[in-house]
Ligand binder design. Sequence first.
Ligand SMILES: [Zn+2]
Ligand SMILES: [Zn+2]
Length: 278
Amino acid sequence: MNIEQILRTPQQLRSKAETDTINTYLTAQLESAIAAADEPNANKWALLSMIFEAQMDYLRVYALFESEEYYAAWCLLERIEIAIKGIFRLYQFVEDEYRIKFIFEYIRKLQSLFPYKVFGSSEYIKEIVRCGICNELVTLRKRCGHVKGQLYMGKMCVHEIEQSHFVGMSIVDVPFNKYSVMGVTSKTDDSYHYPQIEYLMSVIDHPFNEWQTKNYKIFKPHREYQTGRNEKCPCGSSKKYKSCCLTKPGIETDHTDFLLTYPTLKSKLKMNQLKNRK
Ligand SMILES: [Zn+2]
Ligand SMILES: [Zn+2]
């Protein structure tokens, strides 16, 4: 199997069977390197597996968008982000030969299209922590010598929290992890709207299409709103209308433009439809 070639072309669509074959191959290579006590090769195969997983997960995000499972997609994006940070600690990409830098950049872009603004953040005090490689206790004074995030015979060193003490919960703008979006746990209780993602999906043909967004403020006419002077401003600032947008040319509203680097098939069709309507 030409694994290099496969990892260099993540944009190529692969069937479930093909993906399974590649995964089986990667696992077999890793296991035989471990069996031969060949640490450099074990670490190499572990890294290649992580790269392949990140690529496949990135494609899965778009599959979740298609089935409108936005919260699940959000959680997967978070998982890929953490995984890629781990990959970056292990390997410096000179070129973006496996498109990992691309994926990392687009994770950020996709996250910015979600309407989530507030998150719950749980705080814990770690009481007992063990090294995932040697199982030794990790304390401030004593360390086993394994470095968190490094590979040892194909296994990443993580610190396993054996006992922790829940301190409390706070609501934050920029959480340490982004899973706990306030007010949504799955597709069934999701009352958010995702117009930006829907729009993106209507103009791109493929997850590896390049695009960017331009955000700016527009003013919506006051007459579109029936807001009293002392009520909260419709712009969402939580200030009173009279001391916020009432004195401005209109209600300040976020607006996002999508810019495709290259025209896609879908975007061309859209353009034609618009032309024909005239
Ligand atoms: Zn250790
Ligand atoms: Zn306002």
